[in-house]
Write a protein that binds this ligand. Structure first.
Ligand SMILES: *[C@@H]1O[C@H](CO)[C@@H](O)[C@H](O)[C@H]1NC(C)=O
Ligand SMILES: *[C@@H]1O[C@H](CO)[C@@H](O)[C@H](O)[C@H]1NC(C)=O
Ligand SMILES: *[C@@H]1O[C@H](CO)[C@@H](O)[C@H](O)[C@H]1NC(C)=O
Ligand SMILES: *[C@@H]1O[C@H](CO)[C@@H](O)[C@H](O)[C@H]1NC(C)=O
Ligand SMILES: *[C@@H]1O[C@H](CO)[C@@H](O)[C@H](O)[C@H]1NC(C)=O
Ligand SMILES: *[C@@H]1O[C@H](CO)[C@@H](O)[C@H](O)[C@H]1NC(C)=O
Ligand SMILES: *[C@@H]1O[C@H](CO)[C@@H](O)[C@H](O)[C@H]1NC(C)=O
Ligand SMILES: *[C@@H]1O[C@H](CO)[C@@H](O)[C@H](O)[C@H]1NC(C)=O
Ligand SMILES: *[C@@H]1O[C@H](CO)[C@@H](O)[C@H](O)[C@H]1NC(C)=O
Ligand SMILES: *[C@@H]1O[C@H](CO)[C@@H](O)[C@H](O)[C@H]1NC(C)=O
Ligand SMILES: *[C@@H]1O[C@H](CO)[C@@H](O)[C@H](O)[C@H]1NC(C)=O
Length: 554
């Protein structure tokens, strides 16, 4: 994969070029330019512009008016007052397709859920210094959308003047990796739809492509599945704590209009204890204690993978749920299978005996049955790493594997020939380091201590310790939030701006310098705050206004 390379990063990174993620090629000048009060975004060069592009343009114009972000410099830009009085002003940004585009434009939403290898996200952006029209050119609607996200990050506010002091600006940009994601667990604790939508907005500002939605788990089943209504009726935390079919459609279309594919996950056969509330016949060892013997966290209970009816039930469930998602990818999970649970389950032992299968063989039959309903409907299965590293299963070579236990496992997954997503707990788990949550353990720690700082995530090399052949199978990566200790009230503060670190690693490529990234990360964090996302402070504001001055070496 290409390492990051860029023409110019202004030495005065403090005032300007505070873009996140950093574009592939960026050159800037030092001329002040203001945004005209009648500034507009012109799509007249595009015949039949898709409605979601027009909506994105409206949102962009909204941000240009409401961001009101003051430059992160001492004096907050007051020293630019005189040059702004003399500055040219920009009245128009023209969007158009580049020479590689032909035919009718497709919507952002359609392009967002396209095959991961065929998405086109590149764009060119030019902002002249003399007030003549700015332009974004791309070979796709998605590319135009990415360009708009960048454009909206170029501007600061001083006494109601929207300006840059870095014109002219020339950007040529495209991502290194196509999969740039964030995973949210909505089962340990429930998140209202509005919180998910806000998260999707923030994801789109840093150009993420995938919302990995870990919808259900052993603790709760908040997903309404019309064919299996008892699952949420009996398994949600309450009647109002359910994602209805309409909620799900709303989340999918909101995401897609922002260039984000939803990767749904129904974790199987482990992490399914809650299904016993509706279908006790399908669950082994429900509520078995001590839970620590039978599961990685309470409550114990896993699908009876050796049973033909349970296999049929699971395949039908996955078929029902996946049919409601337009994307091509669906995760059937597969992490943390507990063998002790099956050992004490008479029904599973009888099924194994009757079929003459080992547990691994039964898991293979189960997985093939569940994956075949996905493949029959043109979908690609996604699994956690154990499904290829701990068991000898027959999986389609198309399967995508999520590396989570450790980044050190990625090479072994690649050696099996599977494409993989880097989701390693040792870099990208946002919940680590918050102390223990299990009761009666006052000195407990999180299992994945320590806290994963943005700097550490930012240092991640997606192809570290891999051969070229192995490295080719890495399609990107994601930050993840398991929600034992979070819900709506601390969602933003746990996720932002930390998760932006991986968004840049996988867009711009690894090898970025944290000292140079920090002022830009401050900037996007404050911009998020202006837009209603509760990103936390990374440093005292005193430091944010004085890049480098708080470095340990300063
Ligand atoms: C602004 O324009 C005035 C008059 O043309 C000129 O005297 C002054 O030096 C200019 N200031 C800046 C900062 O360019
Ligand atoms: C569009 O495609 C053409 C032809 O492949 C290419 O030369 C150009 O660089 C592309 N433009 C962008 C913005 O990626
Ligand atoms: C802010 O703008 C107003 C009107 O444009 C002007 O009267 C005022 O002096 C400006 N304030 C500062 C601090 O520049
Ligand atoms: C900016 O404009 C708004 C409304 O037009 C006004 O309420 C606000 O006081 C202005 N801010 C400054 C700094 O002049
Ligand atoms: C499947 O369910 C049917 C109907 O309840 C039952 O007769 C049959 O024995 C079950 N099969 C297995 C393998 O459990
Ligand atoms: C489950 O079993 C029913 C009845 O035998 C059958 O019609 C259905 O196709 C099966 N579903 C799957 C997903 O195998
Ligand atoms: C397995 O099945 C055979 C006969 O079908 C029976 O004799 C044996 O006890 C069973 N073993 C277990 C562990 O259930
Ligand atoms: C894995 O399973 C396949 C067939 O299912 C078998 O041929 C192969 O020997 C197994 N490999 C291992 C390492 O057990
Ligand atoms: C899977 O195997 C098929 C047939 O051998 C091949 O064409 C395809 O490229 C492989 N896919 C991946 C992701 O390796
Ligand atoms: C690569 O290997 C080195 C040496 O074993 C190890 O310290 C480092 O953590 C590995 N990097 C990743 C990303 O796994
Ligand atoms: C990172 O950037 C800072 C500031 O530009 C520079 O002083 C430092 O040498 C860079 N570090 C590395 C490892 O390149």
């Amino acid at each position: 994969m290409a390492r990051r390379c860029f023409l110019v990063v202004a030495a005065v990174v403090s005032a300007v070029s505070a873009l996140w993620p950093l574009p592939t090629d960026l050159s800037t000048g030092s001329t002040a330019l203001t945004l005209a009060s009648d500034f507009d975004i012109d799509v007249s060069a595009i015949s039949n512009p898709p409605q979601d592009l027009l909506d994105a343009i409206s949102r962009t114009k909204g941000y240009l008016q409401t961001d009101q972000l003051e430059a992160l410099v001492v004096g907050r830009g007051a020293s630019y007052t005189e040059s702004l009085q003399n500055a040219s002003s920009l009245s128009s940004l023209v969007l158009s397709f580049d020479s590689g585009f032909s035919g009718e434009p497709t919507s952002i939403a359609e392009e967002a859920v396209d095959d991961i290898d065929s998405r086109v996200e590149g764009y060119n952006l030019i902002v002249p210094k003399d007030g003549s029209s700015a332009s974004i050119k791309a070979n796709s609607t998605l590319g135009l959308f990415r360009g708009l996200s960048t454009f909206s990050q170029l501007w600061y506010d001083l006494n109601n003047t929207t300006y840059t002091v870095e014109a002219p600006i020339t950007i040529t940009d495209s991502p290194v990796y196509p999969y740039r994601g964030f995973m949210l667990d909505t089962a340990r604790n429930y998140f209202p739809v509005s919180d998910i939508l806000r998260t999707l907005d923030a994801m789109s500002w840093v150009k993420m492509t995938t919302f990995h939605w870990h919808m259900v788990d052993s603790q709760s089943f908040p997903l309404e599945v019309p064919e299996f209504p008892e699952l949420s009726a009996n398994g949600a935390y309450g009647p109002s704590l359910v994602y209805s079919t309409d909620d799900v459609q709303n989340i999918i279309s909101y995401a897609a209009a922002r260039g984000i594919d939803v990767l749904p996950e129904i974790d199987t056969p482990g992490h399914t204890a809650i299904i016993a509330e509706a279908y006790p016949e399908h669950v082994a060892c429900p509520g078995a204690t001590p839970w620590a013997t039978y599961a990685n966290e309470p409550p114990a209970g896993q699908l009876r993978l050796a049973n033909a009816n349970t296999t049929n039930f699971t395949a039908s469930l996955v078929s029902s749920v996946s049919s409601r998602f337009p994307g091509r990818y669906f995760s059937t999970g597969g992490d943390e299978l507990n063998t002790e649970c099956y050992a004490i389950d008479g029904s599973t032992q009888a099924d194994l005996n009757a079929t003459g299968k080992t547990l691994e063989q039964a898991l293979d039959t189960f997985t093939q049955a569940v994956h075949s309903v996905l493949e029959d409907s043109g979908k690609t299965p996604v699994v956690w790493e154990e499904m290829v590293l701990n068991f000898n299963l027959t999986l389609s070579n198309n399967t995508i594997v999520m590396v989570w236990i450790s980044s050190a496992d990625a090479a072994a997954v690649a050696d099996k020939g599977f494409r993989l997503v880097q989701a390693p707990s040792d870099y990208f788990y946002l919940d680590c380091g918050a102390g223990g949550w299990v009761g009666a353990s006052p000195a407990g720690n999180s299992w994945c201590d320590p806290f994963k700082t943005w700097q550490y995530a930012y240092s991640f090399d997606p192809v570290a310790n891999m051969t070229e052949t192995q490295a080719k199978l890495v399609i990107g990566g994601e930050h993840l939030l398991w929600t034992e200790q979070s819900h709506a009230s601390n969602l933003d503060s746990i996720v932002w701006p930390r998760a932006a670190a991986s968004a840049e690693v996988f867009w711009s490529g690894p090898g970025g310098n944290t000292s140079e990234a920090l002022p830009r990360l401050h900037d996007i964090a404050f911009r998020m705050t202006q837009r209603g996302v509760g990103a936390i402070a990374l440093q005292p504001l005193w430091c944010a206004l004085r890049p480098g001055v708080c470095d340990v070496t300063a």
